[in-house]
Write a protein that binds this ligand. Structure first.
Ligand SMILES: O=C(CO)COP(=O)(O)O
Length: 247
């Protein structure tokens, strides 16, 4: 089964209109391999600006949203609002949401369920911390995070699962291709055992954590890494090389 290579950029809380114009400029010039699906996650206040400036072959994601359509939830945005801004995607459960803002597996699962029900495509993120890896708990941790999502995912065709080991995010310590491939294969097997063969074969599992133009090619050659979620390097023209990692 061939899975379309997927490269997401997560701008996090970076950028301003001028910086976005520069990113739009290098993404527009490319050239971008037409067989790679590209999505950029931008700050909420720039969703409309970014959507209007980027070519239509590049998707735009919010970096978070709440679990209901509207109401008295000061500071939150809903999937309906993201769609109303012309965007189709949302990143949910990023490690910074989990670890800086204290989001639980349960809350993230409810957010994923509502975003899917509202018609968005979702990039849920999972990944272990350094101490969890060092104590041999990586598989246990990511399976627990994935299990929590399961009850709220009815349509896997609109899910791209991101494995982002926390120790690799923003640290310059990219997982080796073997380290990443090992977890991706375990996650795919988990999907096979707990959801079904078709979903396991077709769901994109992407890797995030200090991906660079230098590391992307080797990572992309492993069997179960179907793309990347890129932080820092997605703000620079190097992102084009990462998008084109599969050649
Ligand atoms: O968190 C990430 C993407 O969501 C990864 O960030 P870096 O690529 O900056 O390590």
């Amino acid at each position: 089964m061939s899975r379309t290579f997927f490269v997401g950029g997560n701008w996090k809380m970076n950028g301003d209109k001028k910086g976005i114009d520069e990113i739009v400029d290098f993404l527009t010039k490319g050239p971008i391999n037409s067989s790679t699906e590209v999505v950029v996650g931008c700050p909420q206040c720039y969703l409309i600006y970014t959507r209007e400036k980027l070519p239509s072959n590049i998707g735009v994601a919010a970096q978070n949203c709440y679990k209901v359509a509207k109401g008295a939830f000061t500071g939150e945005i809903s999937p309906a609002m993201i769609k109303d801004c012309g965007c189709e995607w949302v990143i949910l459960g990023h490690s910074e949401r989990r670890n800086v803002f204290g989001e639980s597996d349960q809350l993230i699962s409810e957010k994923v369920g509502h975003a899917l029900d509202a018609g968005l495509k979702v990039i849920p993120c999972i990944g272990e911390k350094l101490e969890e890896r060092e104590s041999g708990k990586t598989q246990e941790v990511v399976f627990k995070q994935l299990s929590a999502l399961l009850p709220n995912i009815k349509d896997w065709s609109r899910v791209v699962l991101a494995y982002e080991p926390v120790w690799a995010i923003g640290t310059g310590k990219t997982a080796t291709p073997d380290q990443a491939q090992e977890v991706h294969a375990q996650l795919r097997q988990w999907l096979r055992d707990n959801v079904g063969a078709e979903v396991a074969d077709s769901t994109r599992i992407i890797y995030g954590g200090s991906v660079t133009a230098g590391s992307c090619q080797e990572l992309s050659k492993t069997g179960d890494i179907d793309g990347f979620l890129v932080g820092g390097a997605s703000l620079k023209p190097d992102f084009i090389q990462i998008i084109n990692a599969r050649g």
